[in-house]
Design a protein around this ligand. Structure first.
Ligand code: SAH
Length: 250
């Protein structure tokens, strides 16, 4: 069974969009994943197929109605075990860990908001996870859904040529990745770090690790303190484990 993406949106024409090209596009052609859309407008009310209404309590903008979203959920006929995700700046930040979890399952059901967003009750009724792609406001959830799908699809078995490239990259060890260099060895007076030309794999690995640590400390203090805490915990466990072995070994 292939991995199934189902997207509830007012703009079905936006899918697969850029994911119809390159790595994800080839995977789509090969049938490694599928991308279905459910048009929210089809479930709109009345002659004008209205999907939104003014917010209770007043304020600017319009809110997508719960009954409309509910009807679209039902029409999508997505199995109950598929994660339901609403893309929203009010959600918890999307991480590579979430992406790995989604990619490991049978697919995802994504709800894209527009206007001021979606009535809260339908999100509760359907146990919807609320996920943000970053601290900024987009005009709609579609581009956020494309981001989430891109991140998932590249992890599906058979999608990436070199399986390795998914293992050693930013976030996989809790650190940002080291910098990359390719030919020419000297470009406009800038030389590649000499160690990379040394052929000494252990020294190169150590250099890359140090670079990854420095860059993470500088650019992402949040990731850096989490990494330090994890390292400390692992060391404590290793020491505890060793002590235990000694104890039982005696
Ligand atoms: N009034 C809302 C923003 C609405 S933006 C608020 O202040 O929280 C319109 C739609 O774009 C949202 O319903 C959501 O689906 C999408 N969207 C905007 N920014 C996003 C982000 N950072 N991550 C994920 N989805 C986002």
């Amino acid at each position: 069974m292939n991995w199934q993406a189902t997207v509830l949106t007012l703009f079905p024409e936006m899918f697969p969009g850029p994911l119809g090209l390159s790595l994800a596009g080839r995977a789509l052609e090969k049938g490694l994943w599928t991308c279905r859309t459910e048009d929210l407008r089809q479930h709109g009310l009345g002659r004008h197929r209205a999907v939104d209404d003014t917010p209770f309590g007043g304020g600017a903008g319009m809110v997508i109605r719960p009954d409309v979203v509910d009807a679209a959920f039902a029409a999508s006929q997505t199995p109950a075990d598929v994660p339901r995700v609403y893309l929203t700046p009010r959600g918890r930040p999307l991480t590579q860990q979430d992406v790995r979890r989604y990619a490991a399952g049978s697919g995802v059901l994504l709800l894209c908001g527009r206007f001021e967003g979606v009535d809260e009750r339908v999100l509760q009724a359907h146990d919807v996870e609320q996920v943000s792609i970053g601290d900024y406001i987009l005009s709609g959830g579609e581009t956020a859904a494309l981001v989430l799908l891109d991140a998932c699809v590249r992890l599906l078995p058979g999608v990436m040529g070199c399986e390795e490239s998914g293992v050693e990259e930013s976030f996989s060890e809790g650190l940002l990745e080291y910098p990359h260099y390719t030919r020419p060895a000297e470009w406009e007076g800038r030389a590649v770090p000499e160690i990379l030309l040394s052929g000494n794999h252990a020294a190169i690995a150590a250099w890359r690790q140090k670079q990854a640590e420095e860059i993470t400390r500088e650019r992402r203090p949040d990731l850096w303190s989490a990494w330090l805490a994890r390292k400390e915990r692992n060391m404590a466990e290793a020491v505890g484990g060793a002590a235990q072995t000694d104890h039982f070994g005696v």
